[in-house]
Design a protein around this ligand. Structure first.
Ligand code: G6P
Length: 611
């Protein structure tokens, strides 16, 4: 986690860095800081949001054309002014910003203390900068050389930028495991954890690779490997637009992203199917179609909301392609001793493409010979590059920490993949495929209809904003949606919520139900409709309050539920794309009514680059 930004060029660095940090605040927001070179190397840092830092520096001299900034999500040491970045070395001659975790920091710290280095903070990052200083003094070498040698000593993940008083026109940056993008402008350079702080100024970017070291000095860029071999940068032209990363009139990014779903779902299927000719194509899967079709098993690894999309895919793939699927939390998979065979296909799902556990799960599966397919939203991200092939979700930048449009985009892409494999294997009949494709094409318009329920959902939210617990129930394709609805609510409103397969309720959660308990039941018309109607009765019998998401025109459930939210009719295989919409809106409105910061909920970060 943490977001980093740096600038060198002809403009004032401070406003560029502050604006960039605000764009990266989704990555962490417990403290922020900035270092500027202006005759001296000045560091200003503050606990709290970037806005608190901005207020703090308002009366300081923040001039300078070179600088760096950091927004933090605490790993080592509580959020306070001292633990905030940048960190000076003991001599205060050099300073660092760091995103990642240095795993051997304790041993390094003990060694450095024995050599006379002093520490102000509890962070691993301060150890890193003192290590660089120590190497520089002992070897009497340049800063660049000292950083390069330090990379051989540290174990863990990092994206770093280092500034030195002695080289006032130089930025030194390096990465391993944590993302770092370099923007190339006209006579100016930008560094950031993702491209959002950069695109306002330039679309030409270089995604630094692991163990690469970038040095920008006197307007020149030099990229070297850890072994000091010069690298030729691969400059990419990004299509990202400024509009796509701003709020566009919505009160919160989360609401904007919820309302973007008709478009993001459309974009995720655009160019990938022609309904009239029953034609499906996905560039990333083309050369792997046979491998997919012959796979003995498909393993899905992911975290959080992406894992829920993986659960939907399990149902889809087994239904359409008849290949056994297992869905794993990446964090569990990587640390047990999983059985992975060469004929297995591993699908890694990640919005950010940077989640450390998912990346590690990919590496593990790769080492066992499996083929890895990635589904990522962020173009050029670490996971997109670490996989053998993949498909982007094209949801556009998702800034709100609680994932919404990324989920529906993932489900859309996974639906297409399941249909491709199913038709390749002959397990999905052409007529059924045609029906599904036609229905999928209608989904964006139906999502639009579901979004029109916003006012009704807001009224329901008002009645339950003070609840302390919620239960979410669903069956079949709507079971992962129940999990996702509960996750959304707890993430942003801090109300305890449990998602359960509806039939499992009687094995435990039913004991929680009383007249105080709101129970959200996703009960759209599908093959288990009759069963879920019985589950609703079970809740009613215990006086629970039922908020039911039903198919338009349902006449049965309205007679037994306290509230009914009607979504358009669709195939049960595509139901998650519609039934999740009211749940996203419900959690959004409850959180807003409770005064919570929905875009930056406490303790969470959008991109979890620590294990
Ligand atoms: C964090 C985010 C979640 C996200 C999860 C996985 O916990 O707050 O919204 O679902 O990471 O992230 P990924 O980028 O791999 O999908």
């Amino acid at each position: 986690m943490c977001g980093i930004v740096a600038y060198v060029g002809h403009r004032e660095a401070c406003p560029i860095i502050i604006k960039g940090l605000k764009r990266l605040e989704y990555r962490g927001y417990d403290s922020a800081g900035i270092a500027l070179m202006n005759g001296d190397l000045n560091v200003y840092k503050k606990k709290g949001k970037v806005a608190d830092l901005e207020a703090f520096i308002s009366d300081k001299d923040v001039h300078g054309n070179i600088g760096m900034g950091h927004t933090r999500w605490a790993t080592h040491g509580e959020p306070n002014d001292v633990n905030a970045h940048p960190h000076y070395s003991s001599s205060r001659n050099i300073a660092i910003i760091h995103n990642g975790i240095i795993e051997n920091y304790a041993a390094l710290k003990t060694l450095l203390i024995s050599k006379g280095h002093t520490f102000q903070s509890e962070t691993d990052s301060e150890v890193f900068i003192n290590l660089i200083e120590d190497i520089r003094i002992n070897n009497n070498c340049t800063l660049v050389e000292a950083v390069r040698l330090a990379l051989h000593e540290v174990v863990g993940a990092y994206a770093i930028v280092v500034l030195s008083k002695d080289d006032p026109n130089q930025l030194v940056a390096a990465r391993k495991g944590s993302p770092l993008v370099l923007g190339i402008g006209k006579g100016e350079y930008f560094l950031a954890s993702d491209a959002t702080p950069i695109i306002e100024y330039t679309n030409e970017v270089v995604y630094l690779k692991d163990y690469e070291l970038a040095v920008i000095k006197d307007g020149e860029l030099d990229i070297r490997s850890k072994e000091d071999i010069k690298q030729t940068p691969y400059i990419q032209h990004l299509e990202l637009t400024l509009d796509s990363i701003e709020k566009g009139g919505y009160e919160h990014f989360m609401l904007k992203e919820i309302f973007e779903q008709p478009r993001s779902i459309m974009d995720s299927m655009r160019g990938r199917m022609i309904v009239e000719s029953n034609h499906l194509m996905m560039g990333g899967i083309r050369e792997f179609e046979n491998k997919f079709a012959n796979a003995e098993r498909i393993l899905i690894v992911a975290c959080g909301t992406s894992w829920h999309a993986g659960l939907v895919a399990e149902y889809l793939i087994e239904d359409f392609a008849r290949i056994p699927v297992e869905v794993e939390y990446a964090s569990e998979f990587r640390y047990r001793n999983p059985i992975v065979r060469e004929r297995d296909i591993v699908i890694a799902i990640s919005q950010s493409g940077e989640t450390a556990d998912t990346l590690a799960a990919i590496e593990l599966a790769k080492s066992k010979g499996a083929t890895i397919f990635g589904i990522c939203n962020v173009v050029g991200s670490s996971i997109a590059r670490a996989t053998d092939a993949g498909a982007y979700t094209h949801a556009g930048p998702e800034i709100g920490v609680a994932s919404t449009k990324a989920f529906t985009a993932q489900v859309t892409v996974l639906t297409l993949i399941s249909m491709i494999i199913g038709s390749k294997r002959g397990t999905l009949e052409t007529s059924k495929l045609h029906q599904l494709m036609a229905e999928l094409e209608n989904i964006p318009a139906k999502v639009e209809q579901a979004l029109a329920l916003d006012e009704q959902i807001k009224r329901i939210a008002a009645q339950y904003q003070d609840a302390t617990n919620f239960i979410y129930l669903g069956r079949g394709y709507n079971y992962p949606v129940a999990l996702e609805g509960a996750l959304k609510l707890k993430e942003i409103s801090y109300i305890h919520a449990e998602g359960y397969p509806a039939a499992e309720m009687k094995h435990g959660p039913i004991a929680l139900i009383d007249e105080q308990m709101p129970v959200v039941v996703i009960a759209t018309k599908d093959s288990s409709y009759e069963k879920i109607v019985s589950n609703i009765q079970e809740v009613r019998a215990r006086k629970g309050k039922v908020i039911a998401v039903v198919t338009e025109g349902d006449t049965t459930i309205p007679t037994m539920a306290d509230h009914v939210i009607e979504v358009p009719e669709t195939s049960e295989h595509l139901a998650p794309l519609l039934s999740v919409i009211p749940l996203q809106l419900l959690s959004y409105h409850i959180a807003v009514m409770r005064g919570c910061n929905v875009d930056q909920p406490r303790n969470l970060a959008k991109s979890v680059t620590v294990e």
